[in-house]
Design a protein around this ligand. Structure first.
Ligand SMILES: Nc1ncnc2c1ncn2[C@@H]1O[C@H](COP(=O)(O)OP(=O)(O)O)[C@@H](O)[C@H]1O
Ligand SMILES: [Mg+2]
Length: 396
């Protein structure tokens, strides 16, 4: 049985397939930092399609004079049990930006230690930083609850680092992964506007926002639509699933020991729709000695569904009862308008609104064609229905 990674492997190069075009495109925009031109980038695509893997690979290949900070909002969200706020995001940003300075020398090493000290103190209950004054010429917030000063500090920080490095550093790339969860902030719009207002004067700082959402989703509109903070100036890159040919090429290169008939391959592609995360978990249920035709693929798919959809089952496990009920309603009755859906659930309108928003912000439910809410992923929907069919009840 082959073993393909279900999360991002430590050895980034070993398992990585293709994506030459996407890599080249994004690198091109980041390289402009060397010319003091900073592009802001938005990377969208289905969950499991390989956005994070692509970006990690790309960041690793950037030259040493470009610093990289990375935060994953879904991790922060998970750690905080769904309660995120602006201050927390700013704190995480500063933490990860400062992390990028680790191991640097001279001036930057000095900054690193100062910021580290600052972050440690901030984390403590009795925060008081009155003696600090300023770092890099930016005022340091004296008290814990001074969000304005903190955000000013954090937003200014990356460009100041580049300036202070006297030519050693040419750019700062900041990745905000699963950014659609920022929709859970009290006012996501103003958060995006804040970032936009600083980036427009910074020639050496590129933000990459990436999320498991479609390129037409509401949050994309909010950040980069005509009336959005970036007003269409962000460069949008959508990471597509592997094509039929790429899927075949991937299988041949990574798991050549599994053989498929032509219609078996077709069926495999139909089941996975070219999503690498699903391809990998499906492959891990197949055996090396066998030849898979369409019938065998279909049989395995239904028998091993829990293993193949593990990415979604993990997410299912994080939903609460109410969120699950909403999901089940949509799976049972198909795409529905807000009021149809609201009528079909048992709980209050306020609760319903709250949890539907959470599902939307997490990229699990989408507000799609004809203003109806639907399940974001066909495989997740298929799995919910399949469970009902074989077990007689919906997954708990
Ligand atoms: N280009 C690729 N080559 C090989 N495997 C990939 C590729 N892209 C994604 N994968 C596999 O799919 C999984 C999901 O990728 P990930 O980057 O986490 O998706 P996303 O961030 O879009 O949700 C990864 O753990 C990896 O095993
Ligand atoms: Mg990801």
């Amino acid at each position: 049985m082959p073993i393909l990674p279900l999360s991002i492997p430590k050895n980034l190069d070993k398992h990585f397939y293709n994506r030459e075009k996407d890599l080249k495109k994004i690198k091109h925009y980041l390289n402009a930092l060397n010319e003091d031109i900073s592009e802001q980038i938005l990377v969208t695509g289905l969950r499991g399609v390989g956005k994070t893997y692509l970006l990690k690979k790309l960041l690793k290949e950037l030259p040493d004079n470009i610093l990289v900070a990375y935060i994953d909002i879904s991790k922060i969200y998970g750690n905080q049990r769904g309660k995120i706020n602006e201050e927390l995001i700013m704190h995480s940003l500063l933490d990860s930006m400062n992390h990028a300075l680790r191991g640097e020398e001279d001036v930057l090493s000095g900054i690193y230690h100062k910021i580290n000290d600052f972050l440690v103190k901030r984390r403590m209950e009795k925060y008081d930083f009155k003696e600090a004054g300023s770092i890099l010429g930016i005022a340091v917030p004296e008290t814990r609850d001074n969000y304005e000063k903190l955000s000013h500090f954090v937003m200014k920080f990356p460009q100041k680092v580049v300036d202070a490095s006297e030519g050693a550093i040419k750019g700062f790339v900041i990745v905000v992964d699963e950014f659609q969860l920022l929709g859970e902030l009290e006012n996501p719009n103003s958060f995006f506007w804040l970032i936009r207002s600083y980036t427009q004067d910074q020639d050496n700082v590129s933000y990459i926002f990436t999320g498991s959402i479609s390129k037409t989703s509401e949050i994309v509109e909010m950040i980069n639509g005509g009336n959005g903070a970036f007003g269409g100036r962000m460069i949008q890159v959508n990471v597509d699933p592997f094509t039929r040919e790429e899927t075949e090429g991937y299988l041949a290169e990574k798991v050549g020991e599994i053989s498929f008939t032509q219609d078996g391959l077709e069926r495999f592609y139909g089941c996975t729709r070219g999503v690498p995360a699903i391809i990998n978990s499906f492959c891990n249920t197949l055996s090396s000695g066998e030849t898979y035709d369409a019938a065998k693929i279909k049989k395995t798919f239904f028998e091993k569904m829990d293993q193949i959809t593990v990415m979604w089952i993990r997410i299912w496990g994080t939903l609460n009862e109410k969120e699950k009920e909403i999901m089940i309603q949509i799976a049972e009755n198909g795409p529905q308008s807000w009021s149809e859906l609201e009528k079909s659930v048992e709980f209050s309108r306020m609760t319903f609104t709250k949890y539907l928003d959470v599902l939307k912000n997490r990229g699990i439910v989408t507000f799609g064609a004809e203003s109806k809410y639907e399940i974001a992923d066909r495989m997740l929907e298929g799995w919910i229905k399949h469970k009902k069919e074989v077990d007689g009840y919906y997954p708990p």
